[in-house]
Design a protein around this ligand. Structure first.
Ligand SMILES: [Zn+2]
Ligand SMILES: [Zn+2]
Length: 169
C-alpha cells in the first residue's frame, strides 16, 4: 500500500501531539459573576493569559444571581456570602433528595434582602467600569500585537470539548 505524503505528514503530526500534547487554549465562552466585587476579583485573580492566543478571551460577562455558582475555576475567588442553593451545587460529594429539599427550604426561609438604591447604583457603576477596561484591553490586544483572538465559533467548539472532558458536570 502506498502512503501519500499527506498521510505521512498527518501521521507525524499525530505522533508529535502524542509526545508533546499542544498546550490547550483556555479562552472562554462565558464568565459569570455575582456583583462588581465578584467580577473584580475574578478579573484580577483568574489566569488572564492564553497559551495559544496570548490574551485570554473571557467570553460574555454575565451577572448571575447569588444562588447560582460562577465558573468552576473562579469559585475560589468569589467571596460572596454563601447561599444554601449555591453551596449545594458546589458540593463534590453526592447530593441526596433530602439535601436538595433542605437547601430549598433554607433559601425560602432566608430570601436575600432588598438592595438599597445606593448599593444598586454603586454596583452598576463599578460593573460598567470593569466591563469598559476589560473590553478596551481586549480591543487593544490584536491592534498592539497583530495576534488574533479566537472566534465565537472556535470558542463554542472548545467549550463543547471541555464540557465533554469534565464528564458533563
Ligand atoms: Zn485562547
Ligand atoms: Zn460571587
Amino acid at each position: 500500500m502506498r502512503t501519500s505524503f499527506h498521510d505521512l505528514e498527518r501521521r507525524i503530526s499525530r505522533l508529535e501531539r502524542q509526545i508533546q500534547p499542544p498546550t490547550p487554549c483556555n479562552c472562554r465562552l462565558v464568565t459569570h459573576f455575582h456583583n462588581a466585587h465578584c467580577l473584580a476579583a475574578i478579573l484580577e485573580k483568574t489566569e488572564r493569559k492564553c497559551p495559544v492566543h496570548g490574551f485570554r478571551e473571557m467570553g460574555f460577562l454575565f451577572q448571575r444571581s447569588c444562588p447560582y455558582p460562577v465558573v468552576d475555576e473562579d469559585n475560589q475567588f468569589c467571596r460572596c456570602p454563601p447561599h444554601p442553593w449555591r453551596s449545594l451545587q458546589l458540593r463534590r460529594d453526592s447530593v441526596t433528595k433530602e439535601d436538595c429539599a433542605a437547601a430549598m427550604q433554607a433559601w425560602h426561609d432566608n430570601p436575600p434582602g432588598p438592595e438599597s438604591n445606593f448599593e444598586f447604583q454603586e454596583n452598576s457603576d463599578r460593573t460598567k467600569s470593569l466591563f469598559k477596561s476589560y473590553f478596551e484591553e481586549r480591543h487593544q490586544w490584536p491592534r498592539e500585537t497583530g495576534r488574533q483572538l479566537p472566534s465565537l465559533e472556535e470558542r463554542r467548539i472548545l467549550h463543547a470539548k471541555q464540557y465533554r472532558r469534565s464528564g458533563n458536570r
